[in-house]
Write a protein that binds this ligand. Structure first.
Ligand SMILES: [Ca+2]
Ligand SMILES: [Ca+2]
Length: 583
């Protein structure tokens, strides 16, 4: 009875007491350091203090008043950037005191490698968690006049999220970012796992092991010049709550048999009531081409025959994209949800930039600049909302890749494109958390991409004007948000992160999905309107779910608490840059 009383009392106090939110992973000594004071009721704060681990006060100063945000009726920014000495500190403001706040040179060391635990867990084909091949029978072609019903061997790749669908769109982007992270920050990665993802060194950085797993699947999905596949499985996958080894989805030829394999067709797709708006091949062809071209460059010395195959596939994929402009979207099954990617010039830009880097043929650079000029700013930037994965990838790596290989004015031009996107987001960030992204489904991807674009822009120009916002987005992902939750499971391991993600594997196998980036908070209006969401337990964050955005650590909430494969891979670049010992 007393325990119940304590719990009840704790909930009452939690509902009104102010909190100080901070980046639980830590701060680099030379980075901006700002914690955020959040009170659910209007209040005034005069000062805050920072104490060292021994209790000595090392900073006492006035906070910066800021605008309300979500459940936080009052926010203040607590800037302790002047503390550059490494150590552990506590921040006290308005009666709230934080856990230890780390300032460390190595605050991000190993963080990018941690993401790979989740990538390995998501593997289709040989899966190191289950120590067996999962989804052995992939797949049988659908929605194709010539080949429907035919078997094509496409085992491999990664499950997209907590369902087991697989998309070239997200998998190619994931593979690309893994490769790019390694290319630019090899010192951030180590070698503790083998090619199959089992513990043990194999002489290859683990991120390259993971990228190669993705590449092999992508090569299977584009087996000949006339067969460009885009998707494996559809939402009939969602019928049963089961783990990958006994996935019993039924695609019309029996439970647990081959999964449906969708080619790009250049036409709207959907076998049932709902159709997508596919119009061409270029969004998918561009992603194949960019990923294969970058890989061909990286493997040129390491594995020349693999590299030459990748190069040949990259050139063919690019030509297909040029011949068939338009998008190849995700194919819906029984539900109205699918990946509604509407842009393809970004994908062709990136492909052209990589092919130029690989071949030095001028026509590719001309194409890259032309595509770049057609979509200088990724369209969600500055917007209130967007359709599901409408503007994908979340940031356009193509501008940075052009900058690496172009000269003078062209470099200034693409840096300027990035600046315009960042400015559009920052215009909306006049709140205590300095957050300007729209809270659509998978908001954490937007957060990571905004920070990555800001980081790339800073590196390209030396211009620090967005630094505070770049850091705010990083901090948000690691706990400086209304809920005080790190959005990456297990990062840091002594932090506060999701204990009850929307995942069959986590729930049934009792495993922690270390390294997984969650979807993240969404507009409460989106949450209310999605089909089939019910929380399984009382909401421990209820007092913070009263504003315009919500987050629930609950297995029942697939809108905010589901880990995502492509978002996790997309975060690798930023964490590698922050954790690069050679920085
Ligand atoms: Ca390895
Ligand atoms: Ca696109």
């Amino acid at each position: 009875m007393s325990a119940l009383f304590v719990l009840f009392f704790a909930q009452i106090t939690a509902s009104t007491a102010p909190v100080v939110r901070f980046n639980q992973l830590g701060y680099l000594p030379d980075a901006p350091k700002v914690a955020v004071f959040c009170s659910l009721e209007k209040t005034e704060l005069r000062e805050f203090t920072v104490t060292a681990e021994n209790g000595a006060i090392v900073l006492r100063r006035a906070p910066t008043a800021a605008n309300a945000f979500g459940p936080c009726a009052t926010t203040y920014r607590l800037d302790f950037s002047s503390i550059t000495k490494t150590g552990s500190y506590r921040i006290t403001a308005g009666g709230a005191t934080t856990a230890l706040v780390r300032v460390r040179d190595n605050a991000y060391a190993g963080a990018a490698d941690t993401l790979l635990y989740y990538m390995r867990e998501q593997r289709s084909g040989y899966n190191p968690l289950f120590k067996m091949v999962v989804h052995l029978h992939d797949g049988i072609v659908v929605d194709d006049a010539l080949r429907a019903g035919r078997f094509v061997p496409v085992t491999g790749g990664w499950a997209d999220a907590s369902d087991y669908l697989q998309y070239v769109m997200t998998s190619a982007n994931a593979t690309f970012v893994l490769l790019m992270s390694y290319r630019d920050h090899p010192a951030a990665f180590s070698d503790h796992f083998d090619a199959r993802g089992l513990p043990g060194k194999n002489g290859t950085a683990d991120i390259l092991d993971e990228a190669r797993h993705g590449l092999i699947w992508l090569l299977r999905m584009f087996p000949s010049d006339s067969e460009m596949y885009n998707q494996l499985g559809d939402d009939r996958d969602h019928t049963y709550w089961d783990t990958p080894p006994n996935d019993s989805a039924d695609y019309g030829w029996g439970k647990g048999k081959e999964r449906a394999l969708y080619p790009c067709t250049g036409k709207p797709q959907g076998l049932f009531k709902y159709k997508n708006r596919s119009s061409g091949f270029a969004s998918t062809a561009g992603k194949y081409a960019s990923t294969f071209a970058l890989a061909a460059k990286i493997y040129g010395q390491r594995d020349p025959s693999f590299a030459s195959r990748l190069r040949e596939r990259a050139v063919v994929a690019y030509a297909i994209g040029k011949a068939s402009p338009g998008v190849c979207q995700g194919a819906p099954g029984r539900a109205p949800y699918y990946y509604e990617e509407d842009n393809w010039v970004d994908d062709m830009e990136l492909a052209a930039a990589e092919l130029y880097a690989l071949t030095r043929e001028r026509r590719y650079l001309r194409d890259a600049l032309d595509y770049a000029s057609r979509e200088p700013v990724t369209p969600w930037m500055g917007a209130d909302t967007a359709r599901h994965y409408q503007w994908y990838p979340w940031h356009n790596n193509g501008h940075f890749e052009i900058w690496r290989v172009a000269n003078g004015n062209d470099r200034k031009l693409v840096a300027d494109y990035y600046r315009r996107g960042l400015e559009a987001v920052v215009k909306r960030a006049d709140n205590g958390f300095r957050i300007g992204i729209p809270f659509i489904w998978c908001s954490n991807n937007l957060m990571a991409s905004f920070a990555t674009q800001a980081h790339l822009y800073r590196r390209m120009t030396g211009d620090n004007r967005f630094r505070e916002y770049e850091q705010a987005a990083i901090d948000w992902l690691f706990g400086t948000n209304p809920w005080g939750v790190s959005m990456v499971i297990g990062l840091p391991h002594d932090g506060i992160f999701a204990r009850d993600p929307h995942s069959v594997v986590a729930k049934e196998m009792h495993v922690e999905l270390t390294g997984a980036l969650l979807d993240g908070p969404v507009y409460s209006s989106i949450y209310r309107n999605l089909l089939g969401i019910t929380l399984h337990d009382a909401d421990e964050y209820a007092s913070f779910n009263t504003g315009f955005i919500v987050y629930h650590d609950d297995v029942g909430d697939y809108s905010t608490n589901e880990p995502i494969m492509d978002g996790t891979a997309n975060l690798s670049y930023l964490l590698a840059a922050l954790g690069d010992r050679a920085r």
